[in-house]
Design a protein. Sequence first.
Length: 451
Amino acid sequence: MKTVYLENLGCSKNQVDAEVMLALLTGEFSRTEDPAAADLIIVNTCGFIESARAEAIGSFFDLHASNPEAKIIFSGCMAQRYADELSTELREASAIFGNHDLSRLPEVVARVFSDERVVSTPEYPTSSSEDAYKRNQLLSFYGSAYVKISEGCNHRCSYCAIPIIRGSLRSKPMAIILEEITSLAARGAKEINLIGQDLASWGKDMQEADLNFMTLLKRITEVDGDFVIRLLYIHPDMFPLELLDFIRNHPKILPYFDIPFQHADEKILRSMGRKGTAESHLALIQTIREMLPDSVIRSTILLGYPGEDDDSFRAVMDFLRRAQLDWVGSFVYSLEEGTKAAALTNERNHKKLVSKARKAQRELEELQLSITQARLAAFAGREMDVLIEEHVEGEDLYIGRTYAQAPEVDGLTVVLARDLVPGAVVRCGITRVNGIDLEAIPLSGGHDGFH
């Protein structure tokens, strides 16, 4: 059996694609952690912003240098977006393979091993031909998994290249989503993270009037298994308020909300193509916390957008002080060709604004750190379930997460203990806050729930 090494870059949606690719190669390839020992190397790229593309190219050449004899496939978002350019400029690649129809991967691999150079960016398969791939090799930590419920996006925010790369909204059929969740729960997943560009838009591209995100959530809560659902990424302009009462009555859905507000200056928000305002966003935050007092809210802020000035930044900082969000990620604008915002500036002005934004970002991060630490302080002294992810080698320490910490993007919970099992849920007492992490001691040896 041949061996495959897969380097996955980018977001959790890319991770799901990587897991599907590994599943499609099962039977003919075994996975190796050593690229130098691989017959086939796949670099699953992100193409969202300039820094991600630079990372993708750098990773490709590093991996190719580590094993020049291996077949090497450049796949993912960057391959989908720039296939024509890459086919000419990246001659070292055995194949350029897009991410719309992953089911074509075995065919591409077979052609590559017949010494054919392949450039393939097929369209999405029809809904009727989609399949619930048995992802037998998850790239998450034990006990946690991602389920992608849609592709693409219809919002067309002026700065965002996602519709260029992944197209318009394309909801995954409900039957496939339920089949994936059932399979993951049966394999012991304690936390299932629903992902998409905007979860609340699910079903809006379908013909059936009764198919919407709330319908989908109701069906998910009926799936057997001791697991919880985390909702990652709901566009603030689409947030369904009925979701709050639903979560209050369905403990399988965690009161954790990832709502990318992106900015607080109304002038900037309108230019971005967003309908909200700082006041409407604050009202949404207040409503969430009134209905769900244990709720945790994460957001993202984009700095350096064309037209941003000192007043715009002050509006962001004022918003963050008033919002008191639990977690905030900040990003500096990347000028993306093909987007509406690209026409609002030029390279010279963009570089000046980015330089200024990087300084502002440090100020923002300092403010948000103090807010996050204050929010985390409320957990000290509480009993909470912790999903154990890994053991710290050589120490009586384990790394895990509470419901208030999403995988990869938030802080962690450090558990002082022995003989715990990664993937188990352990009832812990939270002893203190350390930076953006929690520290805890176990009160039980492990149980099935995660609440």
